[in-house]
Design a protein around this ligand. Structure first.
Ligand code: ADP
Ligand code: MG
Length: 237
């Protein structure tokens, strides 16, 4: 089986700052992979490179057997890469369902079809009862679900989640974990960034730890949490 996603020796420089340094990772179809590491490790930068916010300074990104390094974000979305964003301000005045329809319109131009898809995804995410309220009415945990719903409406092969479980109550985080499990069960591969290890470790099949822009270590969650290199990166010595 060939990987769904590969980054090959990817570098991202911002002036003199090296945010990603020779990062090579692979995600297999059907996996839930956690991308973890302390603040400033370069996790969001790597997500942006995968999603197509900007091309890397150096290196390449292969998705589903195709080199997507130079493709813009919208093209990558069409090929099956979706990500969560912080809810954009201009979307706040739109209803929950309309926010999700924006995602569904990636696959269809027929409004009725997009609306049907949006309702299906909202139900999957436990938000259908909130379909008609403005997005600004949602509580923070619901907004995270809305971001997931909008991404799922694009019918991705790979879903990139950037800290969607951070800052939730224990009960909300548990519901979030359950949602991610159902996403994978529906056939979508998941790469998720979290910096709180306790939240992600029980959920992921494999974890990749970034530190100072580099891959520090990768492996099974049980081995990662015991790795002295990981412990010292998190303790900051
Ligand atoms: P993480 O998500 O792991 O907390 P980031 O990828 O956001 O880390 O940031 C990694 C480093 O790159 C940080 O030092 C950050 O300040 C820097 N950085 C991120 N984006 C930019 C940018 N657009 N311009 C300049 N520096 C950036
Ligand atoms: Mg980040």
């Amino acid at each position: 089986m060939s990987p769904l996603l590969e980054t090959k020796a990817v570098w991202q420089r911002f002036g003199g700052l090296v945010a990603n340094s020779d990062v090579s990772i692979a995600v297999e179809p059907g996996e839930i992979v956690g991308l973890i590491g302390p603040n400033g490790a370069g996790k969001s930068t790597l997500f942006n490179l995968i999603a197509g916010v900007r091309p890397p300074t150096q290196g390449s990104i292969i998705f589903n057997g195709e080199d997507v390094t130079r493709l813009p974000a919208a093209e990558r979305c069409r090929r099956g890469i979706a990500r969560t964003f912080q809810v954009v301000k201009s979307f706040e005045t739109m209803s929950v369902i309309d926010n999700v329809i924006v995602g569904a319109l990636v696959r269809t131009t027929v409004m009725r079809e997009a609306r049907r898809k949006a309702h299906e995804v909202l139900e999957f995410c436990g938000l259908d009862a909130r379909a008609e309220v403005p997005a600004s009415d949602l509580i923070p945990s619901e907004k995270r679900r809305l971001e997931v719903a909008r991404a799922l409406a694009t019918e991705p092969k790979l879903l990139l989640l950037d800290e969607v479980l951070t800052g939730l109550t224990a009960k909300e985080a548990e519901k979030g974990v359950e949602l991610v499990r159902r996403v994978r069960a529906s056939g979508v591969t998941v790469l998720m960034v979290e910096h709180v290890m306790e939240i992600v470790m029980p959920l992921v099949d494999r974890a990749i730890v970034l530190d100072l822009g580099k891959v520090l270590v990768e492996g099974k969650p049980a081995d990662i949490v015991r790795d002295p290199k990981v412990i010292s990166a998190y303790l900051g010595d």
